[in-house]
Design a protein around this ligand. Structure first.
Ligand code: EPZ
Length: 420
C-alpha cells in the first residue's frame, strides 16, 4: 500500500486541469449494459474505481477498453448477470449494475455492498423501487437476487434522498413498460449527466436535476457514442480548499463553477476569492482562513463529499467552526488523523467543533476513506514539516494523478511505493 510523503507549508501557484467526474463516470459506464452494441465515453478519469467498474463489466461478458480518457464497452455478449462480492466490497457503486441488468435481462445477482468507513449505507430504497416496478427481490447469502418478467412504470417516493438509488431506478425505468415518476429524487449534477447520457441513447427523461423526474420507458436503447462526462466538482472543490489553506493562487481549468455554488459561497465566507477568467476559474487564498460553520445536505446544498476537506481548512482558521454532517452517520474518520497533526477538534452531539490553531505539524497519518484521505492531503500541504499518509489507495479511488498535479503547482510531494 503506497504512502504519500509531503513537506508542507509551501505556497502553491499555477494551473490545474480538473478531471472527469468519478460519480458521473461510474453510473454512465453501467448504463452501457442497457443497450446492445458498442458504447463509447470520453473524459473518463483514470481511477481505481473506473478500473473496478471495467472489471465488473468484463466479468459480465462485456468487452471493456480504456485509453487516454476514452472508454469503449461492447455489451452485445453479456452472459453473466452478477456483481460478485469480491468486486462489490471494493466498490459499492457496483450496485449500479442492478437496475440495468434487471431492466435489460430480467435478472441480476448482486452482492449486498455492506457498510463502509462512513456508514451502514443500505440499499433498501433501490430494492423498494425495483419491487414496485414488478421485480421479485430475494436476499440470499449476502446477495440480492432480482427477477422480473417485465418491469412496469411506477410512482416512487424516496424518503431519503439517494444519489445511486435515483440513478439505479432511472436506468431501470428507461426500459420499463410505461412511465415512472421518481419523487424526492437526488438533484446532483452527476444524476443530470446520467440522464443526459441516457437521453443520447434514446431514453425519454424529463426533470433530471429537479426533485421529480419522469421517465417514459422505451423498448430499446442505442449505444452511447463518445458521450463526454462532466468535470469532477469534488476534485475542483478540493483544490479550492487547498488554495484556501495554503494562501495560494490557483487557476482551475475544465471546472464547472455552476456545480459548486454552495461550496464557493461557503469558501468566500472564509476569505477565499474567486474570479471567472477566459482560461478558467481563478481561486485565491489570502493568509489564514476565517472560521465558518457548515452543515452538509444533498445538492444543491454543501456536499458531504467536501466536508472532510473543508474541516481540514478550518483546523487553521481564525476562530471556531462547527461542522454538522447530516448525510452519513460516521463521516468523521478524518478527525482523529487531523488531531495527530495538532488540530483541535471535538465531536459533540454528532457535530464537530474545530478551534483554529496557528499551525499544523507534519505527522505520520493513515487514510481511512476517499475524502478523509483528501482532507489529510489538504492539511499536510500547509502543515510545518513532513507528513506521511499511508493507505493512499483510498485517494487513488477518486483523484486522478493528484500527486502529479500538486507537484506541478510547486508542492513537495512524492509517492513511496509499498515495499512488500
Ligand atoms: C453517492 O453515494 C456518492 N457515490 C457518494 O460519494 C456521496 O457521498 C453520496 O452519493 C451522497 O452525495 C457515488 O455516486 C458513486 P446515497 P450513495 O444513497 O448513492 C441513505 C465519494 O466520496 N440511503 O445518496 O451510496 C444512506 O445511508 C462517495 O465519492 C438509505 O438509507 O449515497 C445515506 O445516509 C462517498 N437507503 C443517504 O441515504 C438507500 O437505499 C445518502 O446516501 C440508499 C441510501
Amino acid at each position: 500500500m503506497d504512502t504519500l510523503v509531503i513537506q508542507g507549508n509551501k505556497t502553491l501557484k499555477g494551473e490545474v486541469s480538473i478531471s472527469g467526474a468519478k460519480n458521473a463516470a461510474l453510473p454512465i459506464l453501467a448504463a452501457s449494459i442497457l443497450a446492445s452494441g458498442e458504447s463509447s465515453f470520453t473524459g473518463i478519469p483514470y481511477l481505481r474505481d473506473v478500473v473496478t467498474m471495467g472489471r465488473l463489466l468484463s466479468t459480465m461478458g462485456c468487452k471493456f477498453d480504456y485509453a487516454d480518457g476514452t472508454a469503449v464497452i461492447d455489451s452485445a455478449s453479456i452472459n453473466h448477470f452478477e456483481a460478485p462480492y469480491e468486486l462489490v466490497k471494493t466498490m459499492r457503486a457496483s450496485v449500479l449494475a442492478l437496475g440495468p441488468l434487471v431492466a435489460r435481462y430480467g435478472k441480476a445477482r448482486v452482492s449486498l455492498p455492506g457498510g463502509c468507513a462512513i456508514g451502514a449505507r443500505p440499499i433498501n430504497l433501490h430494492l423498494m423501487g425495483l419491487e414496485k416496478m414488478g421485480a421479485k427481490i430475494k436476499l440470499e447469502g449476502g446477495y440480492v437476487i432480482a427477477k422480473a418478467n417485465v418491469l412496469r412504470g411506477a410512482s416512487l417516493f424516496f424518503d431519503t434522498v439517494t444519489v445511486t438509488g435515483t440513478e439505479n431506478l432511472m436506468m431501470a425505468a428507461a426500459l420499463a413498460r410505461g412511465t415512472t415518476v421518481l419523487e424526492n429524487a437526488a438533484r446532483e449534477p452527476e444524476v443530470v449527466d446520467l440522464a443526459n447520457c441516457l437521453i443520447s441513447m434514446g431514453a425519454r427523461i424529463k426533470g433530471a436535476g429537479e426533485s421529480v423526474i419522469e421517465i417514459e420507458g422505451v423498448d430499446t436503447l442505442r449505444p452511447a457514442k463518445r458521450y463526454r462526462v462532466i468535470p469532477d466538482r469534488i476534485e475542483a472543490g478540493t483544490f479550492m480548499a487547498i488554495a484556501g489553506i495554503c494562501g495560494s493562487d490557483l487557476l482551475l481549468k475544465n471546472c464547472r463553477s455552476d456545480h459548486l455554488d454552495a461550496v464557493i459561497m461557503k469558501l468566500k465566507d472564509t476569505g477565499v476569492s474567486f474570479k471567472d477568467t477566459k482560461k478558467g476559474l481563478r481561486v485565491r487564498g489570502h493568509g489564514r482562513p476565517v472560521s465558518a460553520d457548515l452543515k452538509t445536505i444533498p445538492y444543491p446544498g454543501f456536499p458531504t463529499d467536501m466536508q472532510a476537506q473543508f474541516m481540514a481548512m478550518m483546523t487553521v482558521a481564525k476562530g471556531t467552526s462547527v461542522i454538522k454532517e447530516t448525510v452519513f452517520e460516521n463521516r468523521y474518520m478524518h478527525v482523529a488523523e487531523l488531531k495527530r497533526m495538532g488540530a483541535d477538534i471535538s465531536i459533540e452531539g454528532g457535530a464537530a467543533a474545530i478551534r483554529g490553531v496557528e499551525q499544523l505539524k507534519g505527522a505520520p497519518v493513515m487514510a481511512t476513506d476517499l475524502r478523509a484521505s483528501a482532507s489529510l492531503v489538504v492539511a499536510a500541504l500547509c502543515a510545518k514539516g513532513e507528513t506521511r499518509i499511508s493507505r493512499i489507495y483510498h485517494l487513488d479511488r477518486g483523484y486522478e494523478k493528484m500527486d502529479e498535479k500538486l507537484r506541478q503547482l510547486g508542492a513537495d510531494i512524492y509517492r513511496l511505493p509499498d515495499k512488500s
